[in-house]
Design a protein around this ligand. Structure first.
Ligand code: DP6
Length: 326
């Protein structure tokens, strides 16, 4: 009754922002992402009649009571599917350095879902696992399948699932995470999703985002990097336009974020194919092809606003491993 799984974080090129059902985490739009090679969570789950209560332990990090409760609520979902009432011990570890602003909820809930399903020997398909991971944290469903992943918004819990549209080897892209501010974000995304409709730009986003998804998937199929980059940057700016005009406003960018965005636009104007995307934090994900990795890293290293970089390649999704954390 013990199993371990590891799962990557992911970066969305078409973002998930806003829900139609908060409890089931049904998204307002479909989204598209790449799994990240250097940002993983590994989790061991054991169910045993010897345990008298559920225990959650983060290696090298502190957890809050709210995080603990969210994890146990997820374990309860899996226990009820498997018809198991034993208490669990859960030990989890993130590979990525603190302060990258990479949300551990995607990799965390993907690894937790798979580890618990394996420990319970629950007969779940990959599609089922994406559905369950989604209820833990929306973006977690995109960390289950391999490589490049589409999460279809669907019309119900059973149809809001994620699937791979390209293996990690399909396209040699890089997400070079440029850290400009290693302090943690202050507003959790779960709260931000709730107030999207207060933005005057929200309906425009809803009207355009599915079209952008179709366009970027076509650029992805053709490996047309310039078109691909243009669309992913457009979607990032569109999401932040909504965030910044929500009530209360969510302004994640700092002066350093803006300076870096301007540098990237300038590098592009001078012929270097490079684009940016930004999640709910100030750090910038710099997207380029593998052949330009060194040039981009050198340029980022030369900027005063960048504190350090983390170079990610596309990666496989969640999978079980034999080495347990306890
Ligand atoms: C800005 O998946 O963290 O990173 O479903 O409430 O857990 P919950 O939200 P979460 O939202 C991620 C938002 C985003 C965009 C994205 O990854 O698509």
């Amino acid at each position: 009754m013990k199993a371990t799984a590891t799962a990557p974080a992911n970066i969305a090129f078409i973002k998930y922002w806003g829900k139609t059902d908060s409890e089931l985490r049904l998204p307002a739009n479909s989204s598209f992402s790449m799994n990240l090679s250097e940002a993983r969570t590994t989790t061991t789950v054991e169910f045993s009649s010897n345990y008298t209560k559920d225990v959650v332990q983060f290696i090298g990090e502190k957890s809050t009571p709210a995080e603990h409760d969210r994890i146990i609520a997820h374990i309860d979902r899996l226990r009820s599917i498997a018809g198991n009432r034993e208490q669990a011990r859960i030990v989890t570890q993130n590979s990525f350095p603190k302060g990258t602003g990479i949300a551990s909820s995607a990799s965390g809930f993907a690894a937790l879902t798979l580890a618990a399903a394996l420990a319970l020997d629950a007969p779940l398909t990959q599609n089922d696992l994406t559905m369950l991971a989604r209820i833990g944290s929306g973006s977690a469903c995109r960390s289950i399948p391999d490589g490049f992943v589409v999460w279809e918004k669907g019309t119900s819990s059973a149809t809001s699932t994620a699937r791979s549209v390209g293996s990690a080897e399909y396209w040699d892209l890089r997400d070079i995470l440029a850290v400009v501010d290693p302090t943690m974000k202050k507003v959790p995304t779960t709260e931000g999703h709730e107030t999207v409709a207060t933005s005057p730009h929200w309906n425009d986003r809803l009207a355009s985002v599915e079209g952008r998804l179709r366009a970027i998937l076509s650029a992805f199929k053709d490996k047309n990097f310039d078109l691909f980059g243009r669309i992913l940057e457009e979607d990032c700016l569109d999401m932040h336009k909504v965030m910044q005009s929500q009530v209360p406003p969510l302004v994640y960018w700092t002066e350093e974020t803006r300076a870096l965005m301007r540098s990237i636009i300038g590098w592009r104007a001078s012929g270097l194919p490079v684009y940016f995307t930004i999640d709910a934090g100030p750090n910038v994900h710099v997207i380029c092809e593998g052949k330009n990795e060194k040039t981009v890293v050198n340029r980022l290293d030369g900027l005063a606003c960048v504190q350090f970089v983390l170079v990610n390649r596309p990666s496989q999704g969640a999978h079980g491993i034999d080495t347990h954390l306890f």
